[in-house]
Design a protein around this ligand. Structure first.
Ligand SMILES: CC(C)(COP(=O)(O)OP(=O)(O)OC[C@H]1O[C@@H](n2cnc3c(N)ncnc32)[C@H](O)[C@@H]1OP(=O)(O)O)[C@@H](O)C(=O)NCCC(=O)NCCS
Length: 171
């Protein structure tokens, strides 16, 4: 695909803020993300999680209790091509909870746009720390997040772009 095709394709998609009552519109995207994580789990000898969309949906809604930013990447006809769900908890910690772009539409800049929007939103909320969890075998995603200043916590396979939270002391 040349630059002109990429620009055209990019223009066919828009990023918009969605309401929590629209959460089901990302069900298909989340299911693809879950399948990807299941594959990575099997590759690394882990049992894939049995989490259903209904459970994940409830988790996201509960997390959104304090404050959330839910953005979707959509086609003209409303079909969803990706999303980013971010929250700030009651301690002021920001988290990118879930991020996904459809496989055939990757590399057009939407993932970066969503992360940049989330980072501005965290800044607006004066978050002291911003974190996210990435599957340890999802090397591309880890590299992707490094670009935004996130760094890894090897023991916890966590990415954070601020100072690490205190470790839990053994009892
Ligand atoms: C990670 C992800 C959201 C990036 O979205 P995107 O729209 O492709 O991001 P961008 O177009 O802004 O790409 C930024 C760069 O990351 C690279 N990249 C990162 N992950 C990539 C992937 N899986 N496939 C292709 N390119 C990827 C691109 O090459 C691009 O580099 P470039 O600017 O030099 O061309 C997307 O690849 C994705 O949904 N992956 C699967 C789900 C996932 O891993 N989610 C995050 C962890 S839960």
């Amino acid at each position: 695909m040349d630059d002109r095709d990429r620009d055209l394709l990019k223009k066919m998609l828009t990023i918009r803020t969605a309401g929590l009552d629209e959460l089901d519109c990302i069900r298909e995207s989340w299911t693809s993300l879950k399948k990807m994580h299941d594959r990575l789990d099997r590759l690394t000898g882990k049992e894939p999680s049995r989490k259903s969309w209904a459970e994940r949906r409830l988790e996201l809604l509960n997390k959104a209790d304090t404050s959330s930013l839910f953005e979707v990447v959509a086609h003209d006809d409303g079909r969803v091509a990706g999303y980013c769900f971010s929250t700030v908890d009651f301690q002021g910690v920001g988290e990118i909870d879930s991020l996904y772009i459809s496989r055939t539409l990757r590399g057009l800049g939407h993932g970066s746009d969503l992360v940049r929007n989330a980072l501005s939103w965290f800044e607006h909320h004066e978050c002291g720390e911003i974190r996210l969890w990435v599957h340890p075998a999802n090397v591309e995603a880890v590299r992707f997040y490094w670009r935004f200043g996130f760094f890894t916590h090897p023991e916890m396979v966590r990415l954070s772009n601020r100072s690490p939270v205190p470790k839990v002391q053994p009892a």
